[in-house]
Design a protein around this ligand. Structure first.
Ligand code: PEP
Length: 253
């Protein structure tokens, strides 16, 4: 069944004290206020994962990682692998965030390997796609999304594609305060679902969760989440404020 998910990507934010405050506030508010069935995920920097897990223990809130390496282990200083994350009980892993595509030069071929790694170790990948402003202005956004989806995901088996979450995050909307309109977002979400239907089946496409990300805030979340192919959000800036993050979670109907 298609799952509604709101995941907070904390990026490179959170001292130990910040992490403890934010995670405990989210867990407590979630318990008291969120009863719409949405799956809520906190995604701190690697070092914060065990602390967030400790604070989320006994709650329904899940924990994710912002990345994983394509190999199981080895001489890759500063990296983290899927089996390490799995051994710590991590649930989700973001793969292909636009900041990693840009600053770490991660391309679709590498990301396809990382998605495969996540599945091999029973982590749920949140695979991010999205066009830049230039690509949209040149009217190439459909082609860019199609390439990111086909090259990053179409090697997956029927079983694994069903266990994959996709996040559409237009690069021009991330951290900029500019949000795609509900119709602009819906158009791409529906394209992604259609691509999955053509490669796999309509049934599988209907079951997949496709999240929207890019300056989602409490005041625009309900409108975006009301669209038929938008199944929740990947939230950056607003996930660092527990009140805003929980209000976004509550905006899923
Ligand atoms: C993100 O980084 O995934 C994101 C969507 O950021 P923001 O919500 O700050 O635009």
């Amino acid at each position: 069944m298609r799952k509604y998910i709101v995941a907070g990507n904390w990026k490179m934010n959170g001292t130990l004290a910040d992490t403890q405050k934010l995670a405990s506030e989210v867990v407590n508010m979630h318990k008291d206020e969120v009863n719409n069935g949405v799956e809520v995920v906190m995604i701190p920097p690697y070092i914060g994962i065990t602390e967030v897990q400790r604070l989320a223990k006994g709650s329904e809130v899940k924990v994710g990682s912002q990345n994983c390496h394509k190999e199981d282990s080895g001489a890759y200083t500063g990296e983290i692998s899927a089996p390490i994350l799995a051994s710590y009980g991590v649930d989700y892993v973001i793969i292909g965030h636009s900041e990693r595509r840009e600053y770490q030069s991660e391309d679709n071929t590498l990301l396809a390997q990382k998605v495969g790694q996540a599945h091999r170790h029973h982590l749920t990948p949140i695979y991010c796609v999205g066009e830049t402003l230039e690509e949209r202005e040149e009217n190439r956004h459909f082609e860019v999304i199609e390439q990111q989806i086909s090259e990053g995901l179409f090697h997956l088996s029927t079983d694994n594609i069903q266990r994959t979450v996709i996040a559409y995050e237009p690069v021009w909307a991330i951290g900029t305060g500019k949000t795609a309109s509900k119709d602009e977002a819906q158009e791409i979400h529906s394209l992604i679902r259609d691509l999955i239907a053509r490669r796999y089946s309509q049934h599988i496409a209907d079951e997949i969760s496709i999240l929207y990300g890019g300056s989602v805030k409490p005041n625009n979340a309900a409108e975006l989440f009301s669209m038929p192919d938008i199944d929740g959000g990947l939230i950056g800036g607003a996930s660092l404020n527990s009140r805003d993050f929980i209000d976004i979670c509550k905006a899923v109907k």
